[in-house]
Write a protein that binds this ligand. Sequence first.
Ligand code: FMN
Length: 549
Amino acid sequence: MSATDARRVLDYHDATKHHFTRYARGPGGLDWASQPYPFRYYLEAPEVPLDHFPDTPDISYDELYLDQPSLIDPLDARTIAELCRYSLGLSAWKQFGASRWSLRVNPSSGNLHPTEGYLVLGPVPGWRDAPGVYHYVPDRHLLEVRSVFPVGLWERLMAGFPEGSFVVGLSSVHWREAWKYGERAFRYCQLDAGHAVCALRFAAALFGWHLSLVGNWSTEAMAALLGLDRREEFPPDEREEPELLAVVTPGPWAGPDLSLAHELLEKIRSSRWFGKANRLSSRHVPWTIIDEVADATRIPPGTALGTAGRLLTEESSSPISPSPAGARQIMLQRRSGLAFDGESSISLEGFLRILRRLLPGRHPPWDALPWPSAVHLVFFVHRVAGLPHGIYALVRRAEILDRIRASARKEFLWERPGGVPADLPFFLLLPGDCREVAAVLSCRQDIAGDGYFSLGMIVEFSTSLERHGAWFYRNLFWEAGLIGQILYLEAEAAGGRGTGIGCYFDDPVHELLGLQGHEFQDLYHFTVGTPIEDPRLTTLPPYPGEVPV
Ligand SMILES: Cc1cc2nc3c(=O)[nH]c(=O)nc-3n(C[C@H](O)[C@H](O)[C@H](O)COP(=O)(O)O)c2cc1C
């Protein structure tokens, strides 16, 4: 990796840590007059309405995780509409007094939703003939046509893929998060993108489809495909940063990556493009450190993550206790807990089920990530029936165990807890009540101490960046976001609720664990518990004519 890019990533990461005595640099207050509008539209782009399909029979929530789906649905107007709806669509409107705001299937730090979604589609039988690029508009549940491809481009792009395959793209509007969170916002954009990837992977699983990230396109090429390099069509300061592409295939897929030839980019640029991006804010505060880290983490041409990484992930063969929940129901009812009751507990069986879901494997959603898992979890266990409270670790890649043990505090026990099957790489580090320490480390947020458990996501940091390049900084957050999304859904399936926690004190967590330097870094926290609802909030349906979920 370029030494300069590596330095810029480390500088950014260190500069955006929260400390007990000082938070990462932010705006120091909210300027409501410049609050970014939550929805992007491409003005004057042709619109393609998407229908709602309330009568589609649901599949079981557990089926989302199957690597061999029992049924594969065709690509058509229904499955396109449902893919969007169950990944990036609205899940509710909330009202408090005169204020009204929407919630989405994918969560977002501060509900600011920096992530924009694009589909690159070929002819869809009975729906549209013209291949091209579409932008999804969640509040109106429709697609805007961004481009129509010239003849032959679609066939070249998708050469080698089965019929019914297509591409999904995600981008971030950094300003949306930076408006509230300042310099740390780039991290939140990446975590949000990870949540969105997982939401898309599960939505694809509703139809038995496969979805995995493309590992060989440069950021510049992604920008060209999604039309994000058409600078004149975006207000300055509100440009979208390309994050990732994913290929969706009908059924399991282990074939080659998406082809990329230089003349393809020329053809993409010469497509017919439509629309101009709407303005989101009347004024902006520049956060140059975000522009710098975005630049340092762009994927250079010629980079290939390849598909080999997928094969390195581990497969857990132990059975998972079944859930009676429906997949669509769980996706739509997912919410963040605002407060937990500080009393209720989860059964050991329920907790072990969640642990198993968090282990990587060749099944969804892990099959979306073409790299070996690099994120490990440190649990603060408060209320798990039959499990003594204390600090525990779930080591998600066996080869790393010795290294983590050697780096962590010497007094940690690394004991296998009673009642936990031996095939689960779950260890007791330190027994004792850790409710207060968990809350304090999560920026003194009570939710981290009042639930069944909370956790920190400790990633193999410097070695991952050295192995892949500085751009892999983003991927580490995406993996953490995937873990967060599973936790959100598993919390609902267990009858509880989850909340992502982007605000935590970085180095104090490292100190607690005895971790020094950049070998391991904490990138995200999460908490799960029994929620206390706020009776002052009214829940309204996500779209007209629907019932609130
Ligand atoms: C990356 C990320 C970080 C978050 N950090 C916090 C946090 O520190 N504290 C908190 O109370 N909620 C946090 N949340 C929850 C969001 O505020 C919540 O997702 C958002 O308001 C949308 O609500 P919903 O999840 O119910 O759809 C976070 C969510 C995400 C995805």
